[in-house]
Design a protein around this ligand. Structure first.
Ligand code: XMP
Length: 519
């Protein structure tokens, strides 16, 4: 399944560890140009083999003067024939490598700056105003450009852009990829279309067409394929795409682990069959999951128990189909980018690999039709494929489901109670138009009881916490500032409609230091 976009224009992004590298990729793709992120040490031969229309060198946290600073390979500038754009750290490295000078600034420049484009004309700032608001984040700055290069923009007395048009090397100190550089998109656009002469041929429709062809080629005429559906947007879009390619030779399996939202299993199964015409089997294994979860309290053990049981059920169901050689997975691009870790390896905070080990256990080859895509691109593809909007706009939902939203041990009664409270919260978010404003929202059942009063009676019942966050990728998040009147309505509905709950609290913690889920 590799190299399937070779007939598309490609921009290569070499990653030097910037927090913005994925943002550069998204900005490039928004212009209809396919791009890939690779580690900074990709060799000139590997770059040439990909035949890129242009190469972008990202920013990064290092200083080029550090002894162990990440650098491109020595022969990079001689062997790479495509135009190059260096951003921030990328610019400083180019300056040093080609004989210019770079020095630590007296103070780190971070934030807004005004850039002045110098006279003399440059493709990068073509048709842009002579003054631009830009976003800076750097400790070093270039004090002398290499021989043969000329300055094209400054902020005060700092060199903010320089280039050698003949060699096709362009450098900017600011970050064109961030929204704080309002015309940054135009700068990138100029690089893509004026410098690299891209045509912008990468669209959802062209992606779907290529992908269908690629799936047909790789699966062949007779192999059978199996796909696990979770009810989320990624697996749904992946399955729909594969269905377009090979029809009912793909069998989808949708397992009810007893930890889904209220009516989720029935409603989603119907949608898979009626709207998307998928060849899908629904397996209600709730009881099996409750059995293995009995008495399990530790969050990681719950995850392991749920993941392990899922593999068993899925494997048993897939075995019934026969002749299955392939497994479809909705893996996305952020999961496959080889991330550059310049600060040591990161620690696993929670194990998110719910079904890791499935392909090995079942001895299946993988089809991952979305592995080059970001989430918003998956949504665009899904829309083109006719996936209902309600599914496309869905909040993320964790594999272990309500299992990590019931603190303490799990019982069917607790699941039912949480489903009712959660349903009220989601219904109210939808009917008040707030659902789209939050990134994820859900209810959590706490393992405590507290005193309340109902009519003439004292109660001693359970507490439900409501969690709603804003985020762009789930890595960081803030609690959503939902209107007080809205929260009051949800709270009053839950305490009056869900028997066994006498208290509702709203979680006002951001991530970090908290996480989005409570377990
Ligand atoms: P946390 O709680 O780590 O969650 O801030 C970040 C995002 O990941 C989801 N999440 C999971 N997804 N399996 C999943 O498939 C898991 O075990 C899991 N734990 C958390 C969470 O819902 C949020 O979107």
């Amino acid at each position: 399944m590799k190299e399937r976009f070779l007939h598309h224009e490609l921009i290569l992004i070499l990653d030097f560890g910037s927090q913005y590298t994925q943002l550069i990729a998204r900005r490039v793709r928004e212009q209809g140009v396919y791009c890939e992120i690779h580690p900074f040490h990709l060799s000139a031969e590997e770059i040439a083999a990909k035949n890129p229309k242009g190469v972008i060198l990202s920013g990064g946290p290092s200083s080029v003067t550090d002894e162990d600073a990440p650098r491109v390979k020595q022969d990079f500038y001689d062997k790479v024939m495509a135009p190059i754009l260096g951003i921030c750290y990328g610019m400083q490295m180019i300056a040093i490598d080609l004989g210019g000078r770079n020095e630590p600034a007296a103070r780190r420049e971070y934030g807004h700056a005004k850039l002045k484009v110098l006279s003399g004309g440059t493709k990068l700032f073509n048709e842009l105003p002579f003054e631009l608001d830009v976003w800076m984040s750097h400790g070093d700055h270039v004090t002398q450009v290499p021989d043969g290069f000329r300055k094209t923009a400054t902020t005060g007395d700092v060199i903010t852009a320089f280039e050698n048009d003949e060699r096709g090397i362009y450098c900017v100190q600011f970050h064109p990829e961030v929204s704080h550089t309002p015309l940054g998109k135009e700068v990138l656009r100029n690089f893509l279309f004026k410098v690299c002469e891209c045509s912008g041929d990468w669209t959802p429709a062209s992606f779907i067409k290529d992908e269908i062809e690629a799936i047909r080629n790789v699966v062949g005429e007779t192999d059978n394929v199996v796909c696990g559906l979770s009810g989320g947007v990624d697996s749904t879009v992946a399955a729909t795409l594969v269905h377009e390619a090979i029809g009912d030779r793909q069998t989808c399996i949708f397992v009810n682990n007893g930890l889904l939202r209220a009516n989720e299993f029935e409603d989603t199964l119907l949608m898979y069959k009626e709207n998307l015409h998928l060849n899908v089997r629904g397996v209600d294994a709730s009881e099996d999951f409750y059995t293995v979860l009995k008495g399990v309290v530790d969050p990681e053990l719950k995850r392991k128990a749920i993941g392990g049981k899922f593999i068993d059920i899925f494997d048993a169901e897939a075995t019934k189909i026969g002749g299955v050689k392939w497994l479809v997975q909705g893996t996305l691009y952020p999961d496959v980018i080889e991330s550059v870790s310049l600060r040591g390896t990161s620690v696993t905070i929670k194990s998110h690999h719910n079904v890791g080990g499935l392909p090995e256990k079942m001895n299946l080859k993988l089809i991952e039709p979305l592995r080059e895509l970001f989430k918003d691109e998956v949504r665009a593809i899904g829309r083109d494929l006719g996936v209902p909007e309600k599914m496309i706009e869905r909040h993320p939902f964790p594999g272990p489901g309500l299992g990590v939203r019931i603190l303490g041990d799990i019982t069917p009664e607790k699941v039912e109670l949480l489903q009712k409270a959660d349903k009220i919260f989601i219904e109210e978010l939808q009917s008040s138009g707030l659902y789209k404003d939050v990134w994820q929202a859900f209810a959590v059942l706490l393992p405590i009881q507290s005193v309340g009063v109902m009519g003439d009676f004292r109660t001693y019942e359970k507490t439900v916490a409501l969690r709603a966050v804003t985020s762009t990728d789930g890595m960081t998040a803030d609690w959503a500032r939902l209107p007080h009147d809205f929260l009051a309505r949800v709270s009053s509905r839950i305490t009056s409609e869900v028997r066994g709950v006498n208290r509702v609290v709203y979680d006002i913690s951001s991530k970090p230091p908290s996480t989005i889920e409570w377990e």
